[in-house]
Ligand binder design. Sequence first.
Ligand code: SF4
Ligand code: SF4
Length: 133
Amino acid sequence: MWGKGLIEGMRVTWKHFWGKKETVYYPEEKLPMTERFRGGHLVLDEKKCIGCKLCAMGCPNAAIEVTVEVDENKKRHPVKYVHDLGRCLYCDLCIEACPSKCISWDKNYEAASYFKEDMKYDAVAECRGREKQ
Ligand code: SF4
Ligand code: SF4
């Protein structure tokens, strides 16, 4: 029938025009990322970290560098935890390897940068900054 496609198209348009909006006004509005989303920076819980470096050892692309200090009670603490986003494959092996479950993703999907140096950041400094706030 002539015009059948047009009518069908109008029906779909009409339905979606009044239905729930699927789009957001990015960047003013942002969608929350799903629970299993891998991306952004690694968030470290410094208090739970035992400085074992298993995350760095498990990383296939050497994207993590952990500097550890041993206190008077022979306990290991991270003093620097550098994650290089430029090298990261977002494979999640570091998170799986961590026995203390003290690293996770911040789910920030806007971590891109024009400069290579900006891709490295210290998760210990970030953790201390969060605690001060
Ligand atoms: S997600 Fe993979 S590549 Fe990235 S830091 Fe962790 S282990 Fe390394
Ligand atoms: S594997 Fe976990 S506990 Fe061990 S150094 Fe890495 S973040 Fe810390």
